[in-house]
Design a binder for this molecule. Sequence first.
Ligand code: NAD
Ligand code: MG
Length: 401
Amino acid sequence: MPVQQRLCILGSTGSIGVSTLDVVARHPDRFSVHALSAHSRIESLAEQAARHAARVVIVPDDAARARFKAAWPAGRPLPEIRQGAQALADTAADPEVTAVMAAIVGAAGLPGALAAARAGKRVLLANKEALVAAGSLFMRAVRESGAELLPIDSEHNAIFQCLPQSADRARAPASPAEGVRRLLLTASGGPFRRTALDQLESVTPDQACAHPNWRMGRKISVDSATMLNKGLEVIEAHWLFAMPMERIQVVVHPQSVVHSMVEYLDGSILAQLGQPDMRTPIAYGLGYPERIDGGVGLLELARLGRLDFETPDLARFPCLRLSFDALGQGQGACIALNAANEVAVDGFLRGRIRYTQIPSIIEHCLDDSMAHGSQTPSSLAEILDLDARTRSVAAGFCQAR
Ligand code: NAD
Ligand code: MG
């Protein structure tokens, strides 16, 4: 009999959260749901909590608590309803919980993910922004607490699978794996890989969110269009695998079948292939070190016919260059990059700024962060302060336009 994992899923109503519950439901002998959280889709949260018999739910405020109660099926015992941002971190660290899926979008997910790491849980990390903002603090927490860190982002999950199979590879390595030359991160190139450059100024949020291969939340979909997502992933790979930036290469691969690769000193390249379906990395993380069914169909390579690879065009994707710049500048710049992007993408999705203003707002915020001296925050409070400061600078730029 496998050990039962008692799960806390932070961001259960999002794209990753829903896929996680889909995999969980296939293995009632392995997983039980202790806690679920949602920020806005409270009726979906009630439906999920009832279906998976969650014991705890976390909602943002009084209004959401009332909505949850109104949506709850009559006659069923109500789960414990916790409330507010602190409850996310407290529940992630709850002794009842053995594994935490960190699937909140943005830096808002950092406190919960960090609490899970500090409490020594198995951390299934989808929330890449947590590592971008707090890489050093987060990895140290994993090492000191004895947590297990399993990357869920498909590229990092692929790399994790292709790295040497050492027993402690989920324990936050402090140096690059022996024998590895480079990490090759694949990128689809998003919906605008071939769009004429002069048309980018007028693309709409729905066009930006129409990813050719993946169905995801709207923020990460826009990030994929700008390739800022790949920039965040370079930073994420740097921390997860203790890999210097110079040894991380981005390769455009429009089919999204090769999820990423590890290149070894002897010239071998190991790749992980699969359908573009997040249930594969989620099932890997949930079942690790065993393999479990994630409900993903077969990949018919012969029907696919070909796999293409290209060098990313930095003129088309300035956000990728800005991400490398930020990583070179240090932790403070990475916090600014992420926060500025969150504000700019939100502005774009709300129709307040144009798509092409996203990189300019990020660049202004990076300049501003450098002008204030490149800080290296060492605590969660300092990270959140720097994040908030950049958000107000970025919001000013969004309004000024
Ligand atoms: P989503 O927008 O579909 O879902 C986000 C979830 O977070 C929702 O449950 C929402 O209620 C919750 N949430 C949003 N703002 C919150 C806040 N301020 N406080 C608390 N909860 C909040 O996003 P997604 O596509 O599922 O992505 C989640 C994370 O996983 C992101 O960090 C993303 O980069 C990463 N990721 C997603 C995919 C994918 O295929 N969707 C792939 C790789 C990595
Ligand atoms: Mg990814």
